[in-house]
Design a protein around this ligand. Sequence first.
Ligand code: OAD
Length: 329
Amino acid sequence: MGKNGTNLDKDLEILAKSVLSGKKVTFFQGAGVSTSAGIPDFRSPETGIYSNLARLNLPYPEAVFDIDYFRENPKAFYTLADELYPGKFMPTKFHFLQKIFQDKKLLHRIYTQNIDTLERLAGIEDKYIVEAHGSFAANHCVECRAQMETSLLKEHMKNEELEGIPTCPHCKGYVKPDIVFFGEALPIKFFDQWEKDMDDVEVAIVAGTSLTVYPFASLPSEVKHNTTRVLVNKYKVGDFNSNKRKKDIVALTEADQFAELFAEKLGMKKELDELILREHKKYAKKGGKEKENTDEKAAKVAKEVRAEEKEHIPPSRNNTNQELSNHDE
Ligand code: OAD
């Protein structure tokens, strides 16, 4: 279904024309664009991460990503981190369409809440990506902020004496990857980049997010009124529910299905299929080395993020007081 119940096909045809005529696309995405890679989202009933944490004995599901809870009980996070650690998953059709957009200069930016780095693995350059909730690419001690190399962090995660909890060699504080926990500030790049971008969003594609976590959830409502906003999700969320705009397009589809349909309208379907085939062949050729390949890419990401850190203050020391929070807090 498209806007106001009209035909999605038609809406996307019109949108494709305006993108091909030079209107660049800014994406705002969440866990739903990665579920087809095999990574569960957070809030889907039954399949979402938060519905499957009984084994961790948490006081409430989000505690697994809460900084105060982590300081007292880091084991819960590290049990989950082992399962979610990047390196095991391939980008999806949706990510590969974004790569084609980049190559054709149709991409403005990708604001992602995801920590899976699939945008980077799809070949999207750092300058186009804003990882609003950080990533696994670098790690710091939550007490003294000393950095820990990922190789050492992984060793600690397997160390029985440490009970699998990476621990700072300097102050014995717990170390955690630089993913933003509830109660922590978002990376300064998020605020800086959004200040520059917010008036330049021509087409906004909001995909695979429940829009429940702030400040990210407010971004789609901050774009200008002449921006075309598109929601790609299993159901209507956030501003598309409560503050719907006349020009909004609502695509209640799977993210990959949307990518296929939009690629078709843009005349890029063949290119998308060929790109995906090439990528799959690359992975298949590596055979048993598939994991090695993605680990190499993850190491490259870490290097890029470290270079970026030289320019930016690390997450919990930045000068903004906007912390990650749920809408009901
Ligand atoms: P959620 O799990 O809250 O929302 C995912 C949304 O994607 C839901 O509305 C699903 O219905 C939808 N969805 C799932 N699979 C889909 C598919 N294949 N195609 C289209 N839609 C699909 O995930 P986020 O909104 O990303 O924070 O969650 C936001 C933040 O909450 C996360 O970044 C995480 C979490 O606490 C941290 O980890 C710091």
